[in-house]
Design a protein around this ligand. Structure first.
Ligand SMILES: [Zn+2]
Length: 448
């Protein structure tokens, strides 16, 4: 009930308002009834709710003394994820026996995520580093009025914010990553798992770590993971190997340095693009071996040949035929991607391994099961924009776009409150749709 109080506070953006609403005798009677139902349904041996609704001070106690500790957050995450996966399954998502394949994954077996920065509640004080008498560096605060260096900023501020560098430039605040899955239709989103980005630049690593928990809970129910360009080759390879999932993520924009060291080919349109060699595909025609040079360009496979001036050119872009996945004794997964190679002497199939062979191998980034422009990529990648909607919806429950509480732990709890609200809507939307269907069935059976 105390969590529910906080969820309503998040939605109404005022806990005073929630306190007042819950005091309404009819409202409290209704909530009491719902709580009793829940206690029965869950088989919880707990006393029934009292005659008085909870207030802000109850929530603050629970949050500050219990939830906003490492242990409290771990408990919240551990309790939330299995319920969220169960809800996802109920609404037809993440079904391990669902009708789709690794070659053409279904949107019902996709999860998608994004990172965001929430600005701190208070503008951070200006700081300066000074050398103490013994030569050590000491951080002092700049007094906002006099400009003097002082030991105490003289007001509340968030000590654990960090400067994150996102697409929109540097932002000071708390970074969070969230993973979701989504049924078609309004309110179809189920928020699965959320976490804190503990250092600038740590977004993708935090996102991959959260996937470990989702893997434990949803496992084979997931086939594909959709993220933005923050996923580089190392993350894509980890997701494939550890969890056996494929990734859809934007190709990075290569820096001039990266382009300078890459070999360049001319595309069919004459544009010069970086290419990463994938080796030679060989087949035997009439007793003679015939060789085809393959390279990865923009995530896709290309057949390369030399033109009459000796420059490499793309002669064909083989289509992906199928995706194979095997599991090793050690529990890690290995993928093989099938491609149809074009040859005037007869087309043939070849298999390519998308994993890194050595550390820093560009292959997982260069060779994508779902490159940009691929039909499956185009069909699925739109889901990811919903992850951005989550952040903007969440931030609308904040006041003036700033965190509503101090410190990343309380901020993450606020985010979880939003997730509870979101998932309650998803559950209710599903139940309402079931009721409607049921009514239609009853009406059809009723004569006249
Ligand atoms: Zn050939």
């Amino acid at each position: 009930m105390t969590l529910l109080f906080a969820v309503l506070g998040r939605v109404a953006r005022s806990t005073v308002r929630v306190e007042t609403d819950l005091m309404e005798p009819d409202m409290w009677l209704f909530v009491t009834h719902e709580i009793n139902q829940t206690l029965r349904r869950e088989g919880l041996e707990l006393p029934p709710p009292g005659r008085k609704p909870p207030g802000w001070h109850h929530w603050r106690r629970l949050r500050d003394d219990h939830l906003s500790t490492d242990e409290g957050i771990a408990t919240l995450q551990r309790l939330h994820l299995p319920r969220a996966v169960a809800l996802a399954r109920e609404v037809g998502l993440l079904d391990p026996n669902g009708p789709s394949s690794l070659t053409h994954p279904s949107h019902l077996r996709a999860i998608y995520g994004d990172g965001t920065i929430v600005r701190p509640m208070y503008r951070p004080p200006k700081k300066a580093e000074v050398s103490a008498d013994d030569g050590t560096k000491v951080t002092k605060f700049v007094h906002p009025v006099t400009g003097e260096l002082v030991d105490d900023p003289g007001r509340r501020y968030d000590a654990d914010v960090a400067l994150h560098h996102g697409h929109a430039g540097p932002a000071l605040g708390h970074g969070y990553v969230a993973w979701h899955t989504r049924a078609p239709g309004p309110y179809g989103r189920v928020m699965l798992h959320m976490g804190h980005i503990d250092h600038p630049g740590g977004e993708a690593g935090a996102a991959v770590d959260l996937l470990r928990d989702i893997y434990r809970e949803a496992g084979a129910g997931v086939q594909v993971v959709i993220y933005d360009g923050a996923f580089r080759g190392v993350h894509i390879d980890q997701v494939m190997r550890r969890y056996g999932w494929l990734t859809i993520s934007k190709q990075p924009t290569y820096s001039n340095d990266e382009l300078a060291t890459a070999s360049i080919v001319r595309g069919p349109d004459g544009r010069r693009v970086p290419s990463i060699p994938l080796g030679i595909a060989t087949h035997t025609v009439g007793g003679t071996e015939c060789h085809h040079t393959l390279a990865a360009i923009n995530g896709a496979v290309a057949q390369i040949d030399l033109d009459d001036t000796g420059d490499p050119v793309i002669v064909a872009t083989p289509a992906r035929t199928s995706v194979k996945r095997a599991r090793s004794g050690g529990g890690t997964y290995r993928f093989n991607l099938g491609y149809r190679i074009h040859c005037p002497l007869g087309d043939f199939d070849t298999w390519l391994n998308p994993h890194a062979k050595t550390e820093g191998d560009p292959r997982p980034e260069a060779l994508r099961a779902f490159p940009e422009g691929d039909a499956d990529t185009l069909r699925l990648r739109g889901l990811r924009s919903d992850a951005e909607s989550v952040h903007s919806h969440y931030k609308r429950t904040l006041i003036v776009d700033r965190a509503m509480s101090l410190g990343w732990r309380r901020g993450l709890i606020d985010y979880y409150l939003f997730a509870l609200y979101n998932n309650a809507l998803a559950e209710e939307a599903w139940r309402a749709a079931q009721r409607r269907e049921n009514n239609v069935r009853v009406l059809r059976r009723t004569p006249g």
